[in-house]
Ligand binder design. Structure first.
Ligand SMILES: [Zn+2]
Length: 295
């Protein structure tokens, strides 16, 4: 058993020609039976999913870490495109959207904003006779009951004043052991994330270069310092938890496309002894099973 991490979008609120908004795909299994969990739905997420041969109907669930716009600006696209691209004879299935308390209200407002579009399409297409189906699950802490072969739980993170915010852990268990991946979202180091990461195989963490941002003479940029982690802080979190692989994403400022980001890697490597992954959009990381004792 294994889990595949695909960095669909490694950007931030700042539009960039090569880096889509924050979105990470966690996939379990292969082919038609695979399960695909989308963590956050930033700018351009469905373009990046198309690049790996997936569409909105392929998603098992969408999990939102917090309600900052850059992490969910394309949720409306996921909802609409899943609705209109689920074609007969496939029956429409609800899009499961998991998120912190407040997510239901946001989704209700998205659906309200889509009201004219929904009405046009139902009137125009004889085989579309109901609006998009969504199933919103608001979470705070603990296990999340979803169908499928991946156990998912969440824990509160610290992205204040953005409250609440959560990270997610995915455990995929098979006969030969378990692969586990944590998606932290935006957060400073905190006990909730530490607990979630304990013993995980991989941690996907959003980061900003505080050493660079601190020198940008714009208060709007300086304001971002106190609620994100630096590569060093993410590395310390991974090291404390005994994580094997640290995956950095959400690069502020953007890493020049096609370069290795060696300076970012070096900052993390000074605090973390495991594998460090970073890269362009669509960078993939395979997390293989940790053999259970005696297996
Ligand atoms: Zn945020």
């Amino acid at each position: 058993m294994n889990l595949t991490i695909t960095l669909l979008g490694t950007g931030s609120p700042m539009p960039h020609p090569d880096r889509a908004g924050p979105a990470t795909l966690i996939s379990a299994g292969f082919g038609l039976g695979a399960e695909h969990y989308l963590v956050d739905a930033g700018r351009g997420v469905l373009m990046r999913m198309a690049a790996v041969g997936l569409g909105a109907p392929n998603l098992t669930a969408v999990l939102i870490t917090h309600l900052h716009s850059d992490h969910l600006t394309d949720l409306n696209d996921v909802i609409t495109t899943r609705w209109v691209m689920t074609l007969p004879p496939t029956l429409p299935t609800p899009l499961t959207i998991v998120g912190p308390v407040g997510t239901r209200a946001v989704v209700d407002h998205i659906l309200a904003s889509l009201g004219p579009d929904i009405a046009y399409r139902i009137a125009h297409h004889e085989d579309l006779d109901q609006p998009p189906l969504v199933d919103v699950i608001e979470v705070i802490d603990g296990p999340i009951n979803l169908p499928g072969n991946v156990s998912i739980r969440c824990a509160p993170t610290d992205h204040k004043p953005v409250e609440p915010s959560v990270g997610y852990r995915f455990d995929h268990t098979g006969e030969d052991g378990t692969a586990s991946v944590v998606a932290a979202g935006d957060t400073v180091p905190c006990t909730g994330l530490d607990d979630l990461c304990a013993g995980a195989d991989a941690l996907v963490h959003t980061v900003i270069r505080k050493d660079i941002v601190a020198n940008i003479p714009l208060q709007r940029m300086q304001d971002t310092l106190d609620y994100h982690s630096s590569p060093e802080e993410a590395a310390n979190t991974a090291q404390r938890a005994g994580v094997g692989t640290l995956v950095l994403t959400h690069y502020v400022p953007p890493i020049p496309t096609g370069t290795a980001g060696d300076d970012w890697r070096a900052l993390a490597a000074a605090h973390f002894g495991g594998i460090i992954e970073l890269g362009d959009d669509l960078h993939r990381v395979e997390i293989n099973t940790t053999l259970s004792p005696g297996a």
